[in-house]
Design a protein around this ligand. Structure first.
Ligand code: MTE
Length: 330
């Protein structure tokens, strides 16, 4: 359990209302469908717990080859209505299911090897290619942005991310005119124990329309608090879409594909009754099992009202005109 939870037990959603519970129920349903009873479920749960304790990386990492690029100049266009969340909270209270379904995966995530690392550009592009992460980062216009970050579990942070507009990456990738969506995929290898939990639809996948991906807010993150981004926060490359629930912000990306088919994301595939493609923040549309009206601001214990599009409507509301019949807010 993170310290924060010990200090502020009041603001945590009851276990029965959080995403992991959804997954637990899903697993039980799955096992029942396979004809297994409760006894086996208990055994499976225990076995899972044992598997979920990985060894941290044995050797210290080499210095980050891009460390000289930080801190990057802050872009003054994106301002906050609240204090920045303490770095300690942002780097010790995480969702990264590849390393476990609890919030305290930060130590386990140190086993992730982030060099060498390549990113593949595939699908509807002028030419498919694979690029070394350091070459890519040095080719991009790095800047710092202060964004709010709102998880579907009803907690939030205010974070100084460093990175570059996703649009810059798309210009670099050169998709063809037929591409309608960008699909992103996380690494999958034996450094992360979550892959042993085969009821999850690995690898983690997310997607955006081309209009969303080229919106000025869509940001590719390589840094955090003026340093290369921590492994538990999605090193060496993650997405941030601050007007959407945090689960769209896919971490540790290795593949970016352009396609004319709407990608089915990890959470949508796991539980489509609760998680959809658009996932825009809306306080008036509850999650099927809890309200989205308020959020707990990490590091303060405050509960504040959640804003439509997480307060970024002036940038993104136009993207959804004419789509009112769709599940825009789940
Ligand atoms: N990306 C991957 N690959 N795996 C994950 O489990 N969790 C998502 C998102 N990206 C997740 C992921 C969820 S639910 C949230 S809220 C954010 O990452 C959390 O980001 P943070 O830990 O940096 O706050």
């Amino acid at each position: 359990m993170p310290m924060l939870i010990k200090r502020n037990p009041g603001w945590r959603l009851p276990e029965s209302q959080t995403t992991p519970e959804a997954v637990y129920l899903d697993r039980r349903r799955l096992l029942q469908a396979m004809g297994f009873g409760a006894g086996l479920l208990a055994t499976t749960g225990l076995a899972t717990t044992a598997v979920m304790r990985p060894h941290p990386a044995l050797a210290a990492d080499a210095p980050d080859p891009t460390a000289d690029l930080y801190p990057a100049k802050q872009n003054p266009r994106y301002t906050l209505d609240r204090a920045l969340t303490p770095e300690k909270d942002v780097t010790t209270y995480n969702n990264f299911y590849e390393f476990g379904s609890d919030k305290d995966i930060w130590e386990a995530a140190q086993a992730l090897q982030i060099r060498p690392w390549t990113v593949k550009f595939e699908g509807m592009v002028e030419q498919e290619r694979e690029v070394d992460i350091d070459t890519l980062i040095r080719a991009m216009p790095l800047e710092e942005r202060l964004y709010r970050h709102r998880c579907v579990e009803a907690w939030s942070m205010a974070v100084p991310w460093t990175g570059f507009p996703l649009k810059a990456l798309i210009d670099y990738a050169k998709p063809t005119g037929s591409a309608k969506y960008v699909r992103m995929e996380t690494f999958q290898n034996d450094t992360a124990p979550g892959f042993a939990q085969t009821f999850y639809p690995w690898p983690y996948v997310e997607g955006l329309t081309m209009a969303e991906a080229t919106n000025e807010l869509a940001f590719m993150v390589t840094g955090l608090y003026g340093k290369p981004v921590a492994k538990q926060d999605g090193a060496p490359l993650r997405l941030v879409t601050p007007w959407k629930y945090g689960f769209k912000s896919i971490k540790s990306i290795i593949r970016i594909s352009f396609t004319d088919e709407r990608p089915v994301s990890f959470w949508e595939q796991l539980q489509s009754s609760e998680y959809g493609f658009w996932a825009n923040v809306n306080p008036q549309v509850p999650h099927p099992r809890w309200s989205q009206a308020m959020e707990r601001v990490l590091g303060t214990g405050d509960r504040v009202p959640t804003l439509l599009y997480n307060g970024y409507g002036e940038y993104v509301a136009d993207l959804y005109k004419g789509l009112e019949s769709e599940r825009l807010y789940t």
